[in-house]
Design a protein around this ligand. Structure first.
Ligand code: NDP
Length: 245
C-alpha cells in the first residue's frame, strides 16, 4: 500500500519540490494550493510521471473550515494519511517594524501561524487513531535567530518552532513525530524581489558558497517523513548551507 502525504502550498517553490521528492518514492501526494491552480496541476502531473500519484486540492489554510476540508478531501481521496507537511507560508517585504500595518501583521500570522495550527488540529485525530504519523513544519533561519527588518516574519516563524517542540512532546505517546525544517536562502518566488547583487552577497555569506534550491529543502522534508528518521522528533533542522550554525 503506497504511503500518503498532504503538503500545504505545494503549487510552487519548496512545496512543489517536496511533492516531487515524495512522488519519486511512490507516495500519494495531496497537492494543496490557493491561487496557483495551473501550477498545482503541473506538479500533480510531474508527481505521476515520477512514479507517485497526486491530487490537487484548493484550500486556504488560514481559514479553519478550509483547513478541515483539505484534510478530509485528502483522506477520502487516498483512504489514509501517513504524513503532513505544513509548508504554505507568506513573507512581508523587508521593512522596519514601525512600518508594519495591522493588516500585514494579521495576514502574515494568519497564513504562517494560524494555518499550521488549523491544519495540524484537523489532521491529528486521524494520526492519533492510527497511532502513527509524521508532521513536518516549515520555519526559517529567521525564526531561529531573528532578522533585522524581518521582525514580524521572525516572530511568526519563531512561533512555528515553539509549536513544533510542544506538539512533539504532546503527541509522542501516540507515536506521532513532529519536526521542523528551517530553510536559509532558497531560490523561490519568495525571494524573487532580491537583486542579483543581494543574492551574490548572500551567497558569499554562506559557508557552502551557494544559495539553496527547493530540492535541497525537499530532501530534508522527505527524510523527516520517512522511516529513516523514526527516532527523530521535536527537532529543528536547519537547511541553510551553514549560514546559521
Ligand atoms: P513560495 O512563495 O514559493 O510558495 C508559497 C506557497 O504557499 C504557494 O504554493 C502558495 O500557494 C502557498 N500558500 C500561501 N498562502 C497560502 C494559504 N493561505 N493557503 C494555501 N496555500 C498558501 O514559498 P517558498 O516555497 O519559498 O516557501 C515555502 C515555505 O518555506 C514557507 O513557509 C516559507 O516561509 C518557508 N521559507 C522559505 C524560504 C526561502 O528562502 N524561500 C526561507 C525560509 C523559510 P498559491 O501559489 O497556490 O497561492
Amino acid at each position: 500500500m503506497p504511503k500518503t502525504v498532504l503538503i500545504t502550498g505545494a503549487s510552487r517553490g519548496i512545496g512543489a519540490a517536496a511533492a516531487l521528492a515524495f512522488g519519486r518514492q511512490g507516495w500519494q501526494v495531496g497537492v494543496n494550493y490557493l491561487h496557483s491552480k495551473h501550477q498545482a496541476e503541473e506538479v500533480c502531473l510531474a508527481v505521476r510521471e515520477a512514479g507517485g500519484s497526486a491530487v490537487p486540492i484548493r484550500a486556504d489554510i488560514s481559514l479553519p473550515e478550509e483547513a478541515g476540508y483539505l484534510v478530509e478531501t485528502a483522506l477520502s481521496a487516498f483512504g489514509g494519511l501517513d504524513a503532513l507537511v505544513c509548508n504554505a507560508g507568506i513573507a512581508l517585504p523587508q521593512m522596519l517594524l514601525t512600518d508594519v500595518t495591522d493588516d500585514q501583521w494579521r495576514a502574515l500570522f494568519a497564513a504562517d501561524v494560524d494555518g499550521v495550527f488549523y491544519i495540524c488540529r484537523a489532521a491529528l485525530p486521524h494520526f492519533v487513531r492510527q497511532k502513527a504519523g509524521s508532521i513536518v513544519t516549515l520555519s526559517s533561519m529567521w525564526g531561529q535567530t531573528g532578522g533585522s527588518c524581518e521582525v514580524a516574519y521572525s516572530a511568526a516563524k519563531g512561533a512555528v518552532i515553539a509549536f513544533t517542540k510542544a506538539l512533539a512532546k504532546e503527541v509522542g505517546p501516540s507515536h506521532i513525530r513532529v519536526n521542523c525544517v528551517c530553510p536559509g536562502v532558497i531560490q523561490t518566488d519568495m525571494n524573487a524581489h532580491l537583486s542579483p547583487d543581494d543574492l551574490e552577497a548572500l551567497r558569499q555569506e554562506t559557508p557552502l558558497e551557494r544559495l539553496g534550491s527547493p530540492s535541497d529543502v525537499a530532501e530534508a522534508i522527505y527524510f523527516l517523513c520517512s522511516p529513516q528518521s523514526r527516532f527523530v522528533t521535536g527537532q529543528i533542522l536547519g537547511v541553510n548551507g551553514g549560514m546559521v550554525i
